[in-house]
Write a protein that binds this ligand. Sequence first.
Ligand code: NAD
Length: 372
Amino acid sequence: MESVGVGLIGTGYMGKCHALAWNAVNPVFGDCPDIRLVHLAEVSEDLAAAKARELGFEKSTAAWRAVVEDPQVDVVSITTPNAFHAEMAIAALEGGKHVWCEKPMAPAVADAVRMRDAAVKSGRAAVLGYNYIQNPVMRHIGALLEAGEIGAVHHVRFEMDEDFMADPKAHFFWKSEAASGYGALDDFAVHPLSLIHTLLGPVSSVMADMAKPYDRRPLSDGGHRPVETFDVASVLLRLESGAAGTLCVSRSAWGRKGRVAMQIFGSEGAILFDQERMNEFQLYRNQGHSANQGFSTILASPDHPPYDRFLPAPGHGLGFNDQKVIECRQLLSAMSGDPAHVIDFEEGLAIERTIHAMARSFEEGRWADVPR
Ligand code: NAD
């Protein structure tokens, strides 16, 4: 590939992150094709035109199909609310485009299956926005686990918490609607599951509980509306590896701003990580005299590639958006048919099946197997 034409649908929180990543990927990595920001879609012509100017796109439209049908577009970033992902991703793949779609795949597992099938049929790269697997520290933790540095993993604890819905006065919005999925499972649980899949392998069975801290929320233009999604979920896990674990997620956890925390316990040690301090992790090894044993804190450095592509100095730190730049570089590898560290639509479907098993477990009040 000498050059890549980019389309973008949706320019909110994640749309800007994708646009920044497309702008940065070549300056950071220096080994990519020429990136051309071709066509951007938003809900109105005015908003689309303003965002195209801001983000550096050549053309704008209020009709997203114009992006997926544009012959100058090779890859489409889909950063719209969950309910739109399936239709947009399938149309893009059927139009011969590569796809970079935000998580989750789709609220209905049948739509996630259709997305996977469209990806397989197209032969195009179809990559999901599971950015936390791209943190150089996380890549290093994966290497440590692979090398058996903490022995055989027998117990894991994962959490993802934020507080953007903690205030009972927070407005009802698209994440409160059933059309977006179950709630915290689709919005949050999928992220720790992307880490579990990448570091430890798939989940085999689950036992879940879900909760709605607030039954109704105020509307921005007055009145109230019943909340249709669950902001909280607590899940017991069994991994295919045999390890046991827990996964707890909340969008209503006051004080938690971007917690994606994990504790991994093995026969020879333990590893701790929290995304709120994404430039460090803690390692415990059962070595030496017990009087001197304790966790060591290891700071991100150029020895954790591709940190070195951003900074030559250790301990200075990367940020959330840098993970997106790395994800973008991996997507370009996938588009070239090279090995890529990504969650594609096949593995994404396994994650979707896992959250649907959690919802089934909650509805039936018992353990549920995750279908393969
Ligand atoms: P957002 O509301 O900030 O942005 C969505 C944008 O899509 C809005 O600008 C909206 O106008 C636009 N849009 C809606 N319908 C459209 C249409 N038909 N055509 C064109 N544009 C349309 O939402 P967000 O927080 O950016 O979430 C978007 C997606 O990103 C969700 O699926 C969410 O789960 C995911 N997300 C991922 C992460 C992550 O860490 N990977 C973080 C936040 C959100």
